[in-house]
Write a protein that binds this ligand. Structure first.
Ligand SMILES: Nc1ncnc2c1ncn2[C@@H]1O[C@H](COP(=O)(O)OP(=O)(O)OP(=O)(O)O)[C@@H](O)[C@H]1O
Length: 272
């Protein structure tokens, strides 16, 4: 992890800076500095500083309403921050449009499914690939040896649903739909992948599958994950950021999170 402005950091962050020398030595992929956002007059994010190194797995925890999803929306361009700046691979993207952020390598999933019901798994991934290509408006039916179709099959394999290629997505289980969403986010070949509660609603049987898929993602990919389920969150995290009241409250390595009294106090609604 790399500090945006070490003079403004909480004392808790210094331990992480020492511990995470491995990730600190890599260049930052995502740098948020002083991010502020409000709905109407109600502040939701204030002074959020966050730096995620290339290839790092960052998990963001925090109680309901802490601002985690809003932060995702600001990074991906769904919302414009009212204050602060966003840098991606060294480039200031604070004012860049959402579709351009996707094109330069930022992909995300949402808490709720965003799939093309009525189409097959293969069609969904194929359309996600074509959606980020410059020639995406081609009306020609793809040939059997189409490069994008081959890539769609590879992605289905990577997210463990290659046996479902010809299934209508309406017939998939919730867990299979979440795996497909992950595949569709990977279709853009992102540098930064942001997953919003990937384990939400998964059955106990689906969780190990998700965990395996996340572990197998290439280490060149930077991952930022909001997840309430500690059994998913902690095994994949290099660093855990805990948010409270729209700000970063704590940064820890995953081994220090579960028994940390300050983290427990945040979840129990006490002063940290
Ligand atoms: N569209 C909106 N309009 C007004 N207020 C909103 C809107 N979306 C979120 N909020 C408020 O902003 C705050 C932060 O919400 P957000 O969804 O970012 O929190 P979160 O940490 O992701 O919570 P959860 O874990 O429940 O998903 C909450 O108080 C929420 O009620």
């Amino acid at each position: 992890m790399t500090a945006v402005d070490s003079s403004r950091r909480q004392p808790e962050s210094r331990g992480v800076l020492r511990i995470c020398a491995a990730t600190r030595s890599r260049p930052p992929t995502l740098e948020l500095s002083g991010i502020g956002f409000s709905f109407g007059g109600a502040p939701v994010l204030s002074g959020v500083d966050l730096v995620v190194a290339q290839g790092e797995r960052r998990v963001i925890l925090g109680p309901n309403g802490a601002g985690k999803t809003t932060l995702f929306n600001v990074v991906c361009g769904d919302y414009s921050p009212k204050a602060g700046s966003i840098r991606f691979s060294g480039r200031d993207i604070t004012d860049l449009k959402q579709h351009m952020r996707a094109r330069i390598g930022i992909a995300r999933t949402y808490q709720n499914s965003l799939l093309f019901d009525g189409l097959t798994v293969l069609d969904n991934i194929f359309l996600a690939i074509r959606g980020v290509r410059r020639n995406r408006f081609s009306l020609l039916r793809p040939r059997a040896n189409d490069r994008d179709l081959a890539q769609a099959r590879e992605i289905a394999d990577r997210v463990r649903i290659c046996h479902l290629l010809n299934s209508d997505v309406r017939d998939l289980s919730h867990g299979q739909r979440r795996q497909l969403e992950l595949g569709m986010a990977l279709a853009a070949e992102p540098k930064l992948l942001m997953l919003d509660e990937p384990a939400a609603g998964l059955s106990p049987g689906d969780r190990p599958e998700l965990l395996r898929t996340l572990h197998e993602l290439p280490r060149s990919l930077t991952l930022v994950v909001v997840e309430h389920d500690m059994d998913i969150a902690l095994p994949i995290a290099d660093i855990v950021t805990v948010m409270k009241d729209g700000a970063v409250a704590i940064e820890r390595t995953p081994d220090k999170v579960e028994r940390d009294p300050a983290v427990q106090a945040i979840y129990l609604g006490e002063a940290a």
